[in-house]
Design a protein around this ligand. Structure first.
Ligand code: ADP
Length: 443
């Protein structure tokens, strides 16, 4: 820089001396300045041509500030090309890794067109890349559920784990699970997996449990019948009274378990759909309260009801009865004597959405946090002895979960050890009969 300034000053001095000798100092200095500017523009132009295309234009031999500029451009270019090579290596590796995944991965732009797909997209969905590049995803994969999934993923709201499972229309035996994630402003990633085997294994497992339960039903009834006859026999020696009472108790328990297993199998069977009709929750709760009355009295509990009579739910009365009575019975059983149980059915707002909530609150034993996630699994019990004492089968909450799934509702559980629990069934407002009327009753 300094070198350039001295050069400029020197040239101006020479121009001034020359101007002085010819009698035009200012004119001579002006001409010299224009000359210097034109000279710099010439070299800048060479620099521009070289920077634009270094392969066809040689690097100009310059000194001073322009030389520093050249060197800086060369250094930046070298750094950029190294970074470019690294990025392209990463990209190749990433694409290889995604291609090796067993799932079909398809990138869809915000117009619904395919941007990229891995090899398995062809195996699972018949989408070929690059042949199907820019083809609309919806034109190749025609499932309304998947269209809705893509729509949802398009919304700006962050939504994790959006997914649907569909039965293939072209192959009856095939079930495909779709997940969609929006990962940039314009791109969505569709992940599809063939889950046919998993579905088949689950079906076989359910069928097996249902068949075993069904086969056990008749021998159990016979056994229980004979035990009852023997117990009623006045000639029965006293020493058999206790074992027979035990046999009776256990056969009743087994009958309850078999009954619950068969009921669960029916709930799991998607082909077995019970018709939905308007259900007056007030009546349903009153029936349950009547049935559990003796138990509530025995444990000297107080039962409080807070029911919105105007909220009528569209659903299956028998299924809802079974779910709600399981929750109320659990609250009674898992609360020490003199407890307080509140049953509530009210409109609410949860996560910004209108909904109707059936909740059962108790001030009983409560549940430690680590158990909450597994409570709805079959036969999962926090305390085996307590469950058996209360006559529990370990299947009650699994039944509740399935019933709620069949009513597009969700089970939420809050609990604290030694404090009590709240089990809430959250129904979308759309499940209410005359949803508009119902939503006006939500405060
Ligand atoms: P069970 O027939 O054993 O009651 P459930 O499936 O209904 O089976 O419940 C599973 C387990 O969850 C129970 O064994 C119990 O440990 C726990 N549980 C359910 N409801 C409550 C509650 N209101 N308070 C405390 N624990 C509960």
């Amino acid at each position: 820089m300094q070198h350039d300034i001295w050069k400029f000053v020197g040239l101006m001095l020479i121009a001034a001396v020359f101007g002085y000798t010819v009698g035009h100092v200012l004119l001579s200095m002006l001409v010299a300045s224009i000359g210097i500017i034109l000279w710099q523009v010439y070299w800048l132009n060479l620099l521009y041509l070289w920077a634009e295309n270094p392969k066809t234009h040689p690097m100009p031999e310059v000194s001073g500030l322009l030389h520093s500029l050249y060197r800086s451009i060369i250094r930046t270019n070298a750094k950029n090309s190294k970074r470019k090579r690294q990025l392209s290596a990463y990209l190749t590796q990433f694409r290889k890794a995604v291609s090796a995944l067993p799932d079909a991965i398809i990138l869809v732009d915000d117009h619904g067109k395919i941007e990229w797909a891995n090899k398995n997209a062809n195996t699972v969905l018949g989408i070929r890349w690059p042949e199907d590049s820019n083809v609309r995803f919806g034109d190749l994969i025609r499932y309304p559920e998947v269209d809705q999934l893509l729509e949802k993923a398009n919304s700006k709201k962050k939504q994790a784990g959006l997914g649907v499972v569909v039965n293939s229309t072209s192959n009856n035996e095939q079930t495909i699970s779709f997940k969609c994630i929006r990962y940039t402003n314009t791109l969505r990633m569709v992940i599809a997996r063939d889950v046919s085997r998993l579905v088949k294994v689950n079906q076989m497992q359910s069928d097996f449990v249902a068949n075993v339960s069904h086969e056990l039903k008749t021998p159990l009834t016979v056994l229980k019948g004979y035990v009852e006859i023997l117990r009623d026999n006045p000639d029965l020696p006293l020493k058999f009274a206790k074992p027979l009472a035990q046999m009776n108790l256990q056969s009743v328990r087994m009958e309850l378990i078999v009954g619950d297993l068969l009921y669960l199998a029916r709930l799991e069977d998607s082909a077995n759909i019970s018709p939905h009709e308007p259900v007056v929750i007030t009546n349903l709760v009153n029936t349950i309260v009547d049935a559990v009355g003796p138990l509530v009295e025995e444990k000297r509990h107080s039962l409080e009801l807070d029911i919105d009579h105007s909220l009528i739910l569209s659903g299956s009365p028998t299924e809802l009865h079974s779910a709600f009575s399981n929750l109320i019975t659990n609250a009674i059983n898992y609360t020490p004597d003199n407890g307080l149980i509140k049953v509530r059915w009210q409109g609410e707002q949860r996560n910004g959405k209108d909904c109707a909530v059936f909740s059962v609150t108790d001030n009983g034993y409560g549940i430690a946090t680590q158990h909450l996630e597994r409570l709805t699994q079959r036969f999962y019990r926090v305390d085996n002895d307590r469950s058996r004492e209360g006559g529990g089968t370990g299947l009650g909450l699994a039944i509740v979960k399935h019933v709620l799934q069949r009513h597009s509702a969700e089970l939420e559980i809050e609990s604290q050890e030694e404090e009590g629990s709240v089990f809430s069934c959250v129904f979308p407002i759309g499940k209410m009969v005359n949803a508009q009327l119902s939503s006006s009753s939500i405060n």
